[in-house]
Design a protein around this ligand. Structure first.
Ligand code: C2O
Ligand code: CU
Ligand code: CU
Length: 429
């Protein structure tokens, strides 16, 4: 904490090398290390300042994905940090306990920079979450699980293998930067903060013996109550918090099963929809500690009311465009009134995978097709998978941060699509 009461973090983007396999040296990038970055933990109500230094020889940005903050602090493509430069955004943490993340967002170069290793987890805590008796000892029973697929060439370097329309797909998984990882579990219940940190691949996370886990949170916060699930689909950028129960001495695998992409079987085959992958082996100790009962009500989520919405907008994703436009840094696509509640209707017009992410706000789903949202889409979200032919109706209330000059982004989070232009800009005024 500095003299003006800000909690200060330092992130230096740097190039290095990592031995994912002992003896095999891979060129990688990271923040303050050679791959990925430190987990930032901050509390609601705190002011944070993050000193971002760029020791790379290319320009970068750092975007706080999922954070509610002024557009100038957002770290999108308008907040470039040149090689050797420093950028020090500061903002108040003003949203519920949640698992956010951070990653680069330079126009046209996001996929490559994320693939090299620039990404990290950003945990928001609050008093309500602290009182629930959830597992929350970081690294002990509260574990970030950053899942990324990568492909290595014969020299051990990352290579980009474009499979189908979805974009680059790896054949090996890195979890928190580790190949074939395991976790020694010492408690009866472990909380996994799952992040699909991949550039393109969609996962369907489940446990190897088919047992269920409890879904407790989605992108922007906790659900009202835990929901037992036997799998959860996460597209790039999405997060889920789950509780897994273990018995002493057992081993169970978190794995990814073939996700339902909502596309034809042949298109699924071409777009990484058929793969079953081991993610994380959970090895329970012979004696497990218990923290006792978790509160049954986790959060209260005030539903946003369609009657309060003043504006409806629709977005159609097609080719690499949104509403037939490619990203243009000099064009503002949407102008939104501060504090407004809006309904956004989003359609994927292609028989192929896309998803949709909005900066600076968390939204709720009004409808998926003609149905109310399933439980995994019933809480706060900032990123959703878009099945072709299904209309997604989102409702959101924009914050009071106004800025006519700096926009926020909305885009497909399949990063090669974003880089190809599947992105637009909005200002809040
Ligand atoms: Cu996670 Cu605009 O991005
Ligand atoms: Cu974002
Ligand atoms: Cu896309």
């Amino acid at each position: 904490v500095n003299a003006v009461g800000e909690r200060v973090f330092d992130l230096t983007a740097e190039a290095g090398t990592t031995e994912f396999t002992p003896g095999v040296v891979t060129e990688t990038w990271g923040y303050n290390r050679s791959y990925l970055g430190p987990t930032i933990v901050a509390r609601r109500g705190e002011n944070v300042r993050i000193n971002v230094n760029n020791d790379l020889d290319v320009a970068t940005t750092v975007h706080w994905h999922g954070a509610n903050l002024p557009a100038e602090m957002d770290g999108g493509p308008h907040q470039m940090v040149e090689p050797g430069a420093e950028w020090s955004p500061n903002f108040e943490i003003d949203q519920p306990a949640s698992t956010l993340w951070y990653h680069p967002h330079p126009e046209g170069d996001t996929e490559h920079q994320v693939e090299m290793g620039l990404a990290g987890v950003f945990i928001v805590q609050d008093d309500e979450e602290a009182a629930l008796n959830l597992p929350r000892s970081y690294g002990v029973d509260d574990i970030p699980v950053v899942v990324q697929d990568r492909r290595f060439d014969e020299n051990g370097q990352f290579v980009t293998d474009v499979r189908g329309y979805i974009g680059p797909i790896g054949d090996q998984l890195l979890v928190n930067g580790t190949l074939a990882p395991y976790l020694d579990v010492t408690s009866e219940v472990v909380r996994l903060r799952l992040l699909n940190g991949s550039t393109s691949r969609v996962y369907d996370f489940g446990l190897s013996d088919g047992r269920s886990f409890d879904l407790i949170g989605t992108d922007g916060g906790l659900l009202e109550e835990a929901a037992p699930m036997d799998g959860i689909r996460l597209s790039p950028g999405e997060r889920a918090e789950v509780l897994v129960e273990l018995v002493p001495g057992e081993t169970v695998n978190l794995q990814s099963n073939p996700p339902d992409l909502g596309i034809s079987a042949s298109a699924a085959t071409r777009n990484a929809g058929d793969d079953t992958l081991d993610v994380l082996e959970l090895r329970a100790a012979d004696t497990l500690s218990s923290i006792g009962e978790t509160a049954s009500t986790l959060a209260s989520i005030e539903p946003l009311d369609q009657a309060d919405a003043t504006v409806d907008r629709s977005f159609t994703l097609n080719g690499y465009t949104i509403n037939n436009r490619l990203m243009d840094m000099t064009r503002i696509d949407e102008t939104i009134e501060a504090g407004a509640t809006e309904v956004w209707t989003v359609d994927n017009a292609m028989p192929l995978p896309h998803n949709f992410h909005v900066h600076g706000v968390q939204f709720q789903m009004l409808r998926v097709g003609t149905e109310p949202p399933p439980v995994e889409l019933a809480g706060w979200k900032d990123t959703i998978y878009l099945e072709p032919g299904v209309r997604y109706e989102l409702i959101m209330q924009f914050a009071e941060y106004t800025d006519p000059d700096f926009p926020y982004m909305f885009h497909c989070h399949m990063l090669s699509h974003e880089d190809a232009g599947m992105m637009g800009q909005f200002v809040v005024v």
